[in-house]
Structure formats: structure tokens, C-alpha cells
Design a protein around this ligand. Structure first.
Ligand SMILES: NC(=O)c1ccc[n+]([C@@H]2O[C@H](COP(=O)([O-])OP(=O)(O)OC[C@H]3O[C@@H](n4cnc5c(N)ncnc54)[C@H](OP(=O)(O)O)[C@@H]3O)[C@@H](O)[C@H]2O)c1
Length: 301
């Protein structure tokens, strides 16, 4: 039995679907039984509850041969790092109690660092907790900045005719599509041949915000779409207006500057053989463009 956390989310939904397609026995975790229903109808067991609740997690991991573990983001957290630590503690207690032998943990590039990387310091802390489980085989799966994060800018592009954010436009960052992360995790969890503790970096294109903006503009047919760097104060106001707590908003701004400062590059030497398959131009065409167009249609309706 493979247990999948975050099963209705971006990466977990791909992991669960792939494993079900491969004929694996799967139990999926999320807070809402209703949202998990479509996975149940495809053959998964469901466990609905809060990952921060140790009793729930212990029960959810009963009989687990392997686990896909992610820490779900909590955008209104008062202390984001503390939150990651609490969720990590609950997971570690449950893994110990149920003697789970194989874990793929969704971490991030930059998780080797102790500071300066915003939410990734939370992932660093959870990696440290998991590393104390000496008899559990663990892959620390480290992707770059999710391509899907850029979907959050669709409204800005549609309403203001610009792309923008708190990061400089001319600094490259490593991107990864969540479909590639899910596919890689499913492969690892199906084969279960990994041993000890290892880091697997899963990286796609390295592009600047100006390059990302040009690719999106080309795909949408918008000539000369500009990228504008916002001040941290403006970014903080925009993020808190979207419902993020001050602490979480500040953490994401720190992440952007961490990327600018080169704190989230790959550690393993990049090789095209190891690259995740989805190119950003494909993502722009097959994911960003349909989302953008349906958003514009709703705005016009
Ligand atoms: N964004 C990036 O660029 C990036 C890069 C590297 C790493 N990461 C890491 O990726 C992780 C997020 O992965 P993702 O994007 O695949 O997730 P996601 O799309 O944000 O989905 C979160 C999932 O967790 C479930 N969930 C939320 N709160 C829960 C709780 N308290 N208990 C149980 N389930 C809960 C959600 O379902 P319900 O709402 O139905 O419960 C959903 O299935 C984070 O740890 C983040 O730090 C992100």
C-alpha cells in the first residue's frame, strides 16, 4: 500500500493517478472526503483528516509500504517555519509508529540551506527531522520553482497588461512542472528500489523573469509584454490582499530574494539527461494559455 499526502493538490494528484494507473494499492490523504471521492471511484482508499493531527496520521499510515509526503502550504500561518516544523513532527511520529520503510519527501532546491530561502527553510527543517530516521529509506525530491506558480500572475497580465513580482527580471531561476514531479515520485514509489537517504533534484528550464514573460507573451499573442519588478512593500500588500498572513507573505518575498542571490540553484551538476521533460514554452502553451483564456472569458461574461 502506497500512501499519498496532498492527493488533491498539484503534485499529489499526479502521484496518486499514476500509481493507480500502474495497478498499485493506494491510500490518499487530504482534508476533504468529498474532494478525494474521484480518487476513491478509481480504486483508492481514502483517509480524510488533518496531517497535523498525529493520531489521524498514524491511522492513515497503517499498513504503509511507502509514503509520498509533502507539507501542505498554510497561507494564513502566523509563523510559517513553526508550521512546517509542527507538520514535520506529526509525519515523523506517524512514520516511526507505523515503521514505514520507504518515503519520498517533496522538498525543494535550496533545502540544503538553513536561512535566506523563505518557506524552503521549513523544508530544510523537515529534511533534518527525516534524516534522523536512520532505518527509513528516503528520497528528498528537490524541484525548482513550480511553473504553476506563474498561473498566479494571469490576472495581472489580463487586467494590467504587465507581468511582475518582487524579483529582478534578469536573474535566472530553475523551474519545474508539477506534472514532472508527480511522475518522478510515482516512479520512485512504484519501484521502491531506493535505499538509505538520497537527494534527487528534478529541474527543468533555467529562465529569467524577462524570458518567462516573453515566452508567455508569445504564447498569448501579446507583443512586448513587460516584466516589472515591484518593491517589497508593494509585493507585501499584494500578497496580504490575496489572504496571505504577513509572516507568509514576508517568507515568499525572502524566497524571491533567495533565488536572486543564488541560494536555490541545483547542487548536483546539471545534466540534460537528468532534466525534467516539460519545457516552459510547452507549459505556457498547454497550461498557462487555457487558464488565461478561460479567465478572460469569465471576466467578459
Ligand atoms: N510552489 C513552489 O514553487 C514549490 C517549490 C518546491 C517545493 N514546494 C513545496 O511543495 C509543497 C506543496 O505541494 P503541492 O503544490 O503539490 O500541494 P498543493 O497543490 O498546495 O496541495 C496541497 C494538498 O494538501 C491538502 N491539504 C492541505 N492542508 C492539509 C492538511 N492540514 N492536512 C491534510 N491535507 C491537507 C490539500 O487538500 P485539501 O485542501 O482538500 O485538504 C491538497 O491536496 C509545499 O511543501 C511547498 O513548500 C513548492
Amino acid at each position: 500500500m502506497v500512501i499519498v499526502t496532498g492527493a488533491t493538490g498539484k503534485t499529489g494528484s499526479v502521484v496518486a493517478s499514476r500509481l493507480l494507473e500502474m495497478g498499485e494499492a493506494v491510500r490518499v490523504i487530504g482534508r476533504s472526503a468529498e474532494k478525494l471521492e474521484s480518487l476513491r471511484s478509481r480504486g483508492a482508499e481514502i483517509a480524510a483528516g488533518d496531517q497535523g493531527d498525529v493520531t489521524f496520521m498514524r491511522n492513515a499510515l497503517d499498513g504503509a509500504d511507502a509514503l509520498y509526503l509533502l507539507i501542505p502550504p498554510k497561507y494564513d500561518a502566523v509563523d510559517f517555519r513553526r508550521y512546517y516544523n509542527d507538520m514535520g513532527d506529526a509525519a515523523v511520529l506517524a512514520i516511526r509508529a507505523q515503521k514505514v520503510k520507504k518515503v519520498v519527501f517533496l522538498s525543494s532546491l535550496g533545502a540544503d540551506r538553513e536561512s535566506g530561502t523563505g518557506p524552503v527553510v521549513g523544508l530544510h527543517d523537515v529534511e533534518q527531522k527525516l534524516r534522523r530516521l536512520a532505518d527509513v529509506d528516503i528520497v528528498f525530491l528537490r524541484p525548482g520553482y513550480f511553473m504553476e506558480n506563474i498561473l498566479g500572475n494571469a490576472e495581472l497580465i489580463a487586467t494590467k497588461g504587465i507581468n511582475g513580482g518582487p524579483m529582478r527580471g534578469d536573474v535566472p531561476m530553475t523551474l519545474t512542472a508539477t506534472a514532472d514531479i508527480g511522475a518522478k515520485a510515482a516512479e520512485l514509489l512504484r519501484e521502491r528500489s531506493f535505499t538509505s537517504h538520497s537527494v534527487v533534484e528534478i529541474t527543468g528550464d533555467r529562465l529569467t523573469n524577462e524570458e518567462i514573460t516573453r515566452i508567455i507573451g508569445d504564447s498569448l499573442g501579446i507583443a512586448h509584454l513587460p516584466y516589472i519588478q515591484f518593491s517589497d512593500a508593494d509585493a507585501l500588500s499584494a500578497f496580504t490582499a490575496m489572504g496571505l498572513s504577513n509572516n507568509v507573505a514576508g517568507s515568499y518575498i525572502e524566497l524571491m530574494h533567495g533565488i536572486e542571490n543564488g541560494l536555490l540553484g541545483p547542487v548536483v551538476i546539471d545534466s540534460s539527461d537528468l532534466m525534467a521533460p516539460t519545457r516552459f514554452a510547452e507549459f505556457a502553451e498547454s497550461v498557462f494559455k487555457p487558464v488565461f483564456e478561460s479567465m478572460k472569458q469569465h471576466a467578459l461574461a
